[in-house]
Design a protein around this ligand. Sequence first.
Ligand code: SF4
Ligand code: ZN
Length: 301
Amino acid sequence: MNCSKRSCSNSAIIHQRYSGLHLCDVHFIEDVERKVKREMRKQLMVERGDTIAVALSGGKDSSALLLMLTRLFHNRPDLTFFAIAVDEGIHGFRAVTLAHAEQLANQLGVDFFRYSFTEEFGVTLDQIAARGFEQAPCTFCGVLRRKLLDRKAKQLGATKVATAHNLDDEVQTIMINYLRGDLQRLARLNGRREEFVPRIKPLRDVPEKEIALYAFLAGIPIITASCPYAARSFRFSVKGMLNELERKHPGTKYSVMRGYQRLAEFLPHAESSQRLLRCERCGDASATRICKACAILERMQ
Ligand code: SF4
Ligand code: ZN
């Protein structure tokens, strides 16, 4: 099958069922980068003089993100990028991806900073998981990782934190919050809170499969190891359901995203709906008297 783009006679490497297009490698890369640029413009993600901390795990998504940002902004000397990697302490998994992360950052000439749960919180995710709490390890992992990223990004002088959340991740989060009826979280997905280093998600309009293909074409090594805890989470089930829907009804993921964007206009603004306090333990901005990270660490004692 040939590429669907006019006057292109290259062979297609992908069939985008949701758009009906067959694309060759050149036009596929162009399509992914166009979606990323459009999303960044739409959300005003980058401003003059920004220092952007890229959360880099070494997996395909964050590796593709770092590569894409350095490609798209190579002619913007006013911008600074650096990479932050977080070692949660997951035996047999994270060390592998972090080695790739450091290698990629070095290749791209981007400063690389590595932090760990052990050094920062005195506990590994494996130790938390071993306690057998009713919540899945991902719940604790997400809270502590966000905390660490935010704290270090601020200390290192970042004005933005870029994360590699893709369309699939975002749609899963929307769906999880619909299913739980969690309006506050739904509203927060869309808003910025001034006390935190603002988050940007340049890949949020690109399907996960396409980022994997983009990474593959860019020569980023594909790591087959996956986190041993992933399958325990609610997100994992929602992901399976959404993939099944997308397979039977192409375009479902985009339609959940667009539906959410229409609905978001009617949600209370994240900033105004929740006043920020200071955590009594760590002093960081928090929605509650004791922040979630400190609450987890207390449970561990
Ligand atoms: Fe953490 Fe869950 Fe991701 Fe594993 S799958 S790294 S436990 S959030
Ligand atoms: Zn705290």
